[in-house]
Design a protein around this ligand. Structure first.
Ligand SMILES: Cc1cc2nc3c(=O)[nH]c(=O)nc-3n(C[C@H](O)[C@H](O)[C@H](O)COP(=O)(O)O)c2cc1C
Length: 207
């Protein structure tokens, strides 16, 4: 079993989203001790934004030969998609930045959501081409992102649900540590709540 572990916080291994994603990984490893983990730290990698050849290719204004497609953003896109395809399960640790995902995660999305490769456009809308598989999202936010204490729009969860569904990934489960800016005690409570949600999910018969 291959698990693709994607993280994207500028806070690296001390990030709440990273730590929460590690607790999800620990549960997955309990069930699959032999699992192979592929780690992709998008902050450390600093993926470039997509280039003009990529835009021309996706916009349908130019066809690229096989050799040309191995370089630049097209080449990077292909490598990232193959990595994604090789995963039986995906764990994404992400903070909320300005109501949505950090720009480095958006850059990854721009590389893997590619027409004729991971989705097709049909008269009925976009149809994903990847085989569905479980995706666990560990989301952290300084304020409350969801629930009755939320005072901000949440474009993170609806966005990830919509964009990953576009390429065929529908089985998303979110775990949340929110209110990290409110001090150590509320943070400890938020982490406990997240741990209980993780335990509830993985202890249930169906997971
Ligand atoms: C550029 C930037 C934008 C942020 N925007 C938001 C936001 O819109 N809403 C929010 O609740 N927190 C926001 N935060 C706070 C982070 O979500 C919060 O500190 C979170 O716990 C960081 O998670 P991490 O430790 O995984 O990086 C922002 C932080 C940064 C650096």
């Amino acid at each position: 079993m291959n698990i693709l572990h994607i993280t994207c916080s500028p806070r690296g291994k001390s990030a709440e989203s990273y730590l929460l994603s590690q607790r999800i990984l620990a549960r997955l490893l309990e069930k699959n001790p032999q699992a192979n983990i592929i780690s992709r730290d998008l902050w450390a990698d600093q993926l470039p934004h997509v280039d003009s050849d990529y835009a021309a290719s996706l916009g349908g204004t130019r066809q690229f030969s096989g050799e040309e497609s191995k370089t630049g953003s097209l080449g990077m896109s292909e490598r990232l998609i193959v990595e994604l395809e090789s995963a039986d399960c995906i764990v994404i640790g992400t903070p909320m930045h300005n109501f949505t995902v950090p720009s480095v995660l958006k850059a990854w999305i721009d590389h893997v959501v590619r027409i004729h490769r991971t989705f097709n456009a049909t008269p009925e809308g976009k149809v994903g081409l990847l085989a569905d598989r479980p995706v666990f999202i560990a989301a952290s936010s300084g304020g409350h992102r969801i629930g009755e204490r939320s005072r901000q729009p949440d474009f993170l969860e609806p966005y990830l649900r919509a964009i990953l569904a576009t390429i065929g990934l529908h089985r998303l489960t979110f775990f949340t540590v929110q209110g990290t800016a409110f001090g150590p005690e509320p943070l400890a409570g938020a982490k406990l709540e997240a741990d209980q949600a993780i335990a509830g999910h993985f202890n249930s018969a169906r997971s």
